[in-house]
Design a protein around this ligand. Structure first.
Ligand SMILES: C[S@@+](CC[C@H](N)C(=O)[O-])C[C@H]1O[C@@H](n2cnc3c(N)ncnc32)[C@H](O)[C@@H]1O
Length: 252
């Protein structure tokens, strides 16, 4: 049974805090010219995802997202940690979309757990509710922004986000918020688009950041997380190894 709750996302950032995404730079004599692009605002992103929500399942199938997420979830020991905690484990999927990451995790777990999912797109949450219910997952879904999570500090055992951080004006701020709600000993799991031809296409279409492996690892270390790991993720046969999964643990 999935429970879907609507809550307008809180105002999450001011334009002054937005960083521009570096796209290219050129040296012309003594001149150095940088071209950067402003990321989409949370509101614009939510309406763009509302618009594509009806066809997102086709996208998820084309890139075989559930299968793609399963491998790093196993490597990262996220699933194992949850199994050790048992049915009372608390799991948060940020930018849940239509639920592919939670469904992938659930397919590895032995025994039922309860999922929490947030997304700024109301229409994506409708898709998640129906797909997760069909897959037999119990979930509480809420319209909220990863930049201002409506949860207490240290309230989840696993906090995860797939293909969300690269969209945000300040990905590190989102990561800080994810770490805030993570319990000591809990794990954070991320998947982001990496540098590739596919990544460049995504960047042009969606104004995303291109997050390198070095950057991702440095960010996780920057939040004093331990057991940091990463691996490339293959998105079906059409996009190749177009993403990177990162994981880390909050020290006890
Ligand atoms: C590329 S989709 C990924 C969906 C899902 N995680 C998956 O892997 O299939 C990105 C999702 O993040 C959501 N999103 C974007 N910005 C967000 C924000 N600031 N807070 C929460 N969700 C956000 C979008 O609405 C969309 O559903």
């Amino acid at each position: 049974m999935t429970k879907l709750e609507n809550q307008s996302p809180r105002a999450s950032h001011t334009p002054a805090m937005e960083k521009a995404i570096p796209m290219t730079s050129r040296r012309i004599g003594s001149w150095e010219v940088f071209i950067s692009r402003r990321p989409l605002s949370s509101a614009d992103l939510a309406s763009r995802y509302d618009a594509v929500s009806g066809s997102w399942e086709r996208t998820a199938r084309r890139f075989q997202l559930e299968a793609a997420y399963r491998e790093p979830l196993v490597t990262s020991q996220v699933a194992r940690g949850i199994m050790q905690i048992g049915p009372e484990a608390r799991i948060l999927d940020c930018g849940i979309g239509n639920g592919s990451l939670s469904i992938a995790l659930d397919s590895i777990l032995q025994g039922p757990v309860y999922y929490h999912g947030i997304d700024t797109s109301a229409e994506m949450l409708v898709q998640a509710s129906s797909k997760m219910q069909h897959a037999g997952l119990r979930a509480h879904l809420l319209q909220a922004d990863v930049l201002t999570l409506p949860y207490d500090d240290q309230s989840f055992d696993v906090v995860m986000a797939a293909h969300v951080l690269e969209h945000l004006p300040d990905p590190q701020r989102a990561l800080a918020e994810m770490v805030r709600v993570l319990r000591p000993g809990g794990m954070v799991f991320l998947c982001v688009t990496r540098h590739s031809i596919f990544g460049a296409l995504v960047q042009l279409l969606w104004r995303t950041w291109a997050i390198t492996e070095q950057q991702g690892v440095a960010w996780l270390h920057g939040f004093q997380l331990v057991d940091v790991g990463y691996q490339p993720v293959q998105l079906g046969s059409c996009a190749g190894f177009a993403s990177t999964a990162f994981w880390a643990r909050r020290p006890q």
